[in-house]
Design a binder for this molecule. Structure first.
Ligand code: FE
Length: 206
């Protein structure tokens, strides 16, 4: 992504730090509790949860049908429902359609399933351009979507969060569910990447 919009993020980080310091000083919050929450979102609640959902959908077609029909219930079956993932819609990438998730208003994101949102997801550049020029945005992520493939952009909000079900890569037919899950990246579940085999030269994390 372009970096001309980094300044507001730095300002927000400073303000958050200032507010956090004040709340700790006043005894309103416990710094250890904050660290526990951040650790949870970085390590326990991260995108590996979303990857498990995707891998299960790839190997279990009945689960996949339930997931696409009612994402919230299917994800609850796996006990992965949580903060900001209460109402989930899962959209499937196919050879005909590529889906991309954005929150144009702010940064709504399924935290329980994908962990902490990446900085670029919250940037004004991504939020504004994802809707106007999704193919251009995807090109910056190294993803060229052929003209004959439709690009659908889904705008998250406070009540509804989206998850992309990426296409299962060819050559993964003999892989186990957990091996498949290890291939699924956060960006693939936002729609800014495709799932690649480890040997692929296109495996570049944005
Ligand atoms: Fe938002």
């Amino acid at each position: 992504m372009s970096s001309h919009n980094q300044q507001p993020d730095a300002d927000i980080a400073l303000r958050v730090k200032a507010i956090e310091s004040l709340l700790i000083e006043k005894g309103i919050i416990d710094p250890a509790a904050i660290d526990t929450i951040i650790d949870a979102y970085e390590h326990r609640i991260g995108p590996h949860n979303g990857a498990r959902i995707v891998a299960k959908a790839w190997v279990d077609s009945e689960f996949k049908q339930r997931l696409l029909a009612d994402g919230t219930s299917a994800i609850a079956e796996m006990n992965l429902t949580g903060f900001s993932s209460e109402h989930m819609v899962v959209v499937e990438n196919t050879p005909e359609v590529h889906n991309l998730i954005v929150c144009t208003l702010c940064s709504c994101y399924p935290w329980a399933i994908l962990g902490l949102p990446p900085t670029w997801y919250k940037s004004f550049a991504y939020r504004s351009r994802a809707v106007i020029d999704p193919r251009g945005v995807l090109r910056e992520f190294g993803l060229e979507i052929p003209e004959e493939v439709a690009v659908r952009v889904w705008d998250s909000n406070a009540d509804l969060r989206y998850l992309v079900l990426p296409e299962r890569p060819v050559g993964t037919e003999t892989m186990t569910e957990s091996e498949l899950a290890s291939l699924v990246t956060r960006n693939a579940m936002i729609g800014t990447a495709k799932v690649q085999l480890p040997s692929s030269p296109h495996e570049q994390a944005a």
